[in-house]
Design a protein around this ligand. Structure first.
Ligand code: PLP
Length: 337
């Protein structure tokens, strides 16, 4: 075994939680789909795990549902609260409605109307508060204390991590052949921690590669420093991963399970959105395209050929208006892509 007994025990704990997570009450088993054009261009076999096809269009409902379903009856009756401007908000709102739990979601006051309506239309209460996410989060934590509602973290919670880890269980069942690496987008690290724990317990030979926006590379910073660091500023083009500090529970797993972290630029994300569109005719949000952009970077740098890679296509929640910008930048980047 490549790991210490304590590390092995941690992974085993997560694997058990993942195998028992009842996420399919609400989530779907998404396809693991070939990307023939991209594979051809890169000289490697690329498979896309289509988490953009979940209800709410991102994997976040897996973790949110796994957390909410395991609350005690008393906690359920008191309700839940979270802070989010994006995919976690939709996940919590849908999971709460399914389970008959009252949910309050604190969103920064500048949150686009579309996302506020997305929460309200699923029956959750949307509170607009604070000029940016950290202020909304502080308010949500304060409200949780005052009201006795349970706070649901978007990533820093073992049950959320276990819910996201069900993605890895599906990948190993869907693909029985050779698999060299899984590329995973990283925000607060819940998704990569869940996937890494499951994969490294069962198939330590498969490389786990995190992909971050170069404007929010908090896992890379933590791996280099050997501890969690707070980034001084964070870019929000890839809004699903705009997090300043990797989660505590996630980093506990990532520090020994993540083989490498790759960072990519916004232009590379735009080009990757186009690559995914060309192979699937589906639109991905910037965070959702991180893994494909990461594979392209990795192949260019290492020159590897004939390997099999999985990219997690993590979400599709993009404002239609932003596509103009994405298409422009993809055209610029496309020359070299
Ligand atoms: C939340 C999210 C991520 C990152 O997940 P973490 O668990 O925060 O690392 C990636 N892509 C999309 C689309 C997301 O919504």
């Amino acid at each position: 075994m490549p790991y210490s007994p304590a590390q092995q025990a941690l992974l085993e704990h997560y694997v058990k939680q993942i195998l028992a997570a009842p996420v399919y009450d609400i989530a779907v088993r998404t396809p693991l789909q070939a990307a023939p054009a991209l594979s051809d261009t890169l000289g490697n076999n690329v498979l896309l795990k289509r988490e953009d096809l979940q209800p709410t269009f991102s994997f976040k409902i897996r973790g949110a549902y796994n957390k909410l379903v395991q609350l005690s009856d008393e906690q359920k009756s008191r309700g839940v609260i979270t802070a989010s401007a994006g995919n976690h908000a939709q996940g919590v709102a849908l999971a709460a409605r399914e389970l008959g739990i009252a949910a309050t979601i604190v969103m920064p006051s500048m949150t686009p109307e579309l996302k506020v309506l997305g929460v309200r239309s699923r029956g959750a209460e949307a509170l607009l508060h604070g000029e940016s996410f950290p202020f909304a989060l502080a308010h949500a934590l304060q409200l949780a204390q005052q009201t006795g509602r349970t706070f649901v973290s978007p990533f820093d919670d073992p049950q959320v991590i276990a819910g996201q880890g069900t993605v890895a269980m599906e990948i190993l069942r869907q693909h029985q052949g050779a698999l060299d690496a899984i590329f995973i987008p990283v925000g607060g690290g819940g998704l990569i921690a869940g996937i890494a724990a499951y994969i490294k317990y069962l198939r330590p030979d498969i490389r786990i590669i995190g992909v971050e926006s170069e404007h929010s590379a908090c896992l890379q910073a933590a791996m280099v420093a050997g501890e969690r660091v707070v980034l001084p500023c964070v870019g929000t083009f890839a809004d699903g991963v705009a997090v300043a500090q990797i989660g505590e529970f996630g980093f506990e797993v990532c520090r020994f399970c993540v083989d490498e972290v790759v960072t990519v630029s916004n232009d590379e994300l735009c080009a990757a959105i186009k690559n995914i569109y060309d192979d699937t005719r589906s639109i991905t949000e910037p965070s959702g395209a991180l893994a494909v952009a990461g594979i392209k970077r990795y192949v260019t740098r290492t020159g590897v050929r004939d390997q099999t890679f999985v990219a997690i296509d993590s979400g599709a929640n993009i404002n239609f208006d932003s596509l103009r910008h994405v298409a422009e930048r993809a055209a610029v980047c496309g020359v070299t892509a």
